[in-house]
Structure formats: C-alpha cells, structure tokens
Design a binder for this molecule. Structure first.
Ligand code: 5GP
Ligand code: MN
Length: 332
C-alpha cells in the first residue's frame, strides 16, 4: 500500500466545501470529543448548505446524547453514494466496524484525528497528535470553512475539549486550548451548563456501579498500579451500563502513589475491553498499540480475548508489573 501523508487543513476544507453530501463517522464507545467534534462538523456543513449526517452504530452514551441535535442516524438516507466520508477522532476501520462498508462507499475519504497511534490511511488526512482534542483541530477546520462558529457549534467543540483535557487538567492542555476555549465563550457558549450536562447529570445506577468498581479495586506493583473490573454480573446487580464507565478509570488513577490504572470491562464472556490511564511516566498508548489497540500517552485502550475476566486480569497484572519496573519512580 502506498504510504499516505498528512494534508494541509485547507485541502480538507476545500474537499468538504466542494461536496454536496458528507457523512461523518465518530468512533465506537463515543466520548465527548468524538461526539462533540462530529456534531460541530455536521452543524457547520449544514450551515454551509450541505447534506450532512453523523453515522452511528450504537445507542448514544447518556453522557453525550445532549450533543445530538438531529445529527445522528444509523441509516442515512442519501440519493446516491456520499461525496465525502470523514472519520473523526479515530483512524482505523476497527473503530467503526459496522460502518466500514458505508464509509468506503464515499467518493472521497478523510481522517481528522489527534491520536498519536493513528497513521494517515485515507485519501486526505489531518492527524495532529499534539492537539489536546479532535475538537481543537475541528475549531481550526470550521474557522477555515468561514461559516462562523455559533453557540451551537461552539458548545459541541467546548464539550470535546473539556472531555479530552480532563476539564483542562492534563498535560495535553496548552495555551492554544485555553485561547480556543476563550473564543468559544465569546460566541456565547455556556460553559457551566455544558459541565452540568456532562458531569452533573449521572444516573444513580451509574454511581452504584462505580462504588462496586472501586470496591473491587486492587493495588499491585507496590501500590504503583491499580486494577479493577466491571463484569456482566456487576452490571446486572447495580443496573449500570457498560457505556457509563466514563470517569471511573480516572478515579482509580487519582489514588495517591498510583502511576497506572487499569479497568477491565467484560463486553461478553471472552471479550474484555481494557481501559488504561497513567499519571506521569507510563506510556499507555505504546502498551495498548502492542496489544492491538491505541490511544494517547496517558489514556488508551485495547480489546483483550481471554477465558475470563480473571484470566485476563492475572495476565495483565504480570505484564504491567514487569513494565512498571522499567519506569522511573518519582523521588527515587
Ligand atoms: P477509553 O479508555 O476511554 O475507552 O479510551 C481512552 C483513549 O484510548 C481514547 O482516546 C480512545 O479513543 C482510545 N482507545 C480506547 N480503546 C481503543 C482501541 O481499542 N483502539 C484504539 N486505536 N484506540 C483506543
Ligand atoms: Mn479525542
């Protein structure tokens, strides 16, 4: 396969402006950045007179559902093949598996992403691993479209940025991140309201599930790592849902002395989704990539196959403990 390269954002904007129909593909297990970036792009394209839809393959997670203002559909009705298909906040077919055929039916394909584990693979690509969120890139892209960022587009971008920066806490947060956020305030984005919708709107069942996950947490590697799980049984007992585990791995990471946090989510008896977070030094993106997944240096994941959650857990604990022994300990 011919090696692809990154394109200028302006080339991507002109391809989008030349199109009549555009389909947008966020990754599965949608988070605030995937949904916010996709919603913002869809709104901007519609403002520019295009037919645009965000195509999804799962029910929207509760946390991001408020960002869907008539953008999302599982079956976009188009008169013919789409002119452009764009994947957003992801860069491989495995991240939108059930929509791959529809994606490939587009006359032109585009990738807009900020995962450092993504390599350019489509007709046009803009992948910036230094961007705090795909929403940051989308801010620049929509600005170049010249349609004007209004409070609706801005709100979606703001939600993406807040989510991926951990509310402006993580090392991916830069001066540019804050400047964009300031501009979004200027166009009428109600930041406090978005925070309430994202973070102060939890179902009680989610809290019960979280308390079980925290109760199951086990420190290992001398307290430098923590691991926990959410099984089908725990979901049944608490009424929680797998798409509601957002924020729990972070709670585990936030424990004093912990460098690495790991949450195992039992999707089906043999398929376990692994979520990893680190604080300062452990490259979870590299570890996840070795295991067929990807992500960011401090937040990444992959899917593991195994006999049971316990079996995957035991294997991971051994591997991670060994890896951690090669990572410097602060103050030592
Ligand atoms: P989470 O743990 O919240 O599911 O994911 C953390 C980060 O890693 C997100 O940026 C997400 O897109 C990425 N990520 C999670 N799982 C996978 C995976 O299986 N493959 C890839 N490429 N990225 C993943
Ligand atoms: Mn993202």
């Amino acid at each position: 396969m011919k090696e692809k390269k990154n394109n200028a954002l302006a080339e991507i904007v002109s391809a989008l402006m030349d199109a009549n129909t555009v389909l947008i593909f966020p990754h599965i297990s949608m988070d605030g950045d995937a949904m916010g970036s996709s919603a913002a792009l869809c709104a901007a394209l519609r403002k520019a007179g295009k037919t645009a839809h965000v195509v999804v393959e799962e029910e929207l997670p509760d946390m991001v559902a408020f960002l869907d203002r008539g953008y999302c559909t599982e079956n976009p009705a188009l008169p013919g093949r789409p002119d452009v298909c764009v994947c957003v906040d992801c860069g491989e077919y495995r991240r939108f598996p059930k929509r791959k055929a529809l994606f490939l039916s587009g006359a032109l394909s585009i990738c807009v992403d900020h995962h450092k584990t993504t390599t350019p693979f489509l007709d046009l690509n803009y992948i910036d691993g230094a961007a705090a969120a795909t929403a940051e890139i989308m801010y620049d892209l929509i600005s170049l479209m010249g349609v004007g960022i209004d409070a609706e587009i801005g709100g979606a971008l703001y939600a993406g940025i807040v989510t991926d920066t951990g509310k402006f806490q993580y090392s991916n947060t830069t001066r540019k991140t804050h400047l964009i956020a300031a501009e979004l305030h200027a166009v009428g984005v109600r930041a406090a309201e978005i925070s309430i919708l994202l973070y102060q709107n939890e179902r009680m069942e989610k809290r019960l599930m979280e308390s079980r996950i925290l109760g199951e947490a086990e420190l290992f590697a001398g307290g430098r790592a923590v691991i926990s799980c959410i099984t089908r049984k725990m979901l049944e007992e608490t009424g929680g849902r797998l798409d509601e585990t957002d924020g729990v791995t972070e709670m585990l990471r936030d424990i004093r002395g912990v460098e690495l946090a790991c949450l195992l989510k039992e999707k089906s008896p043999r398929t376990i989704k692994v979520s990893l977070r680190s604080k300062r030094d452990f490259d979870v993106a590299a570890f996840s990539e070795e295991n067929g997944g990807g992500g960011h240096v401090r937040a990444a994941g992959f899917t593991a196959k195994g006999r049971s959650v316990e079996a995957v857990k035991a294997k991971l604990m051994r591997e991670l403990e060994e890896r951690l022994s090669c990572v410097a300990q602060p103050g030592k």
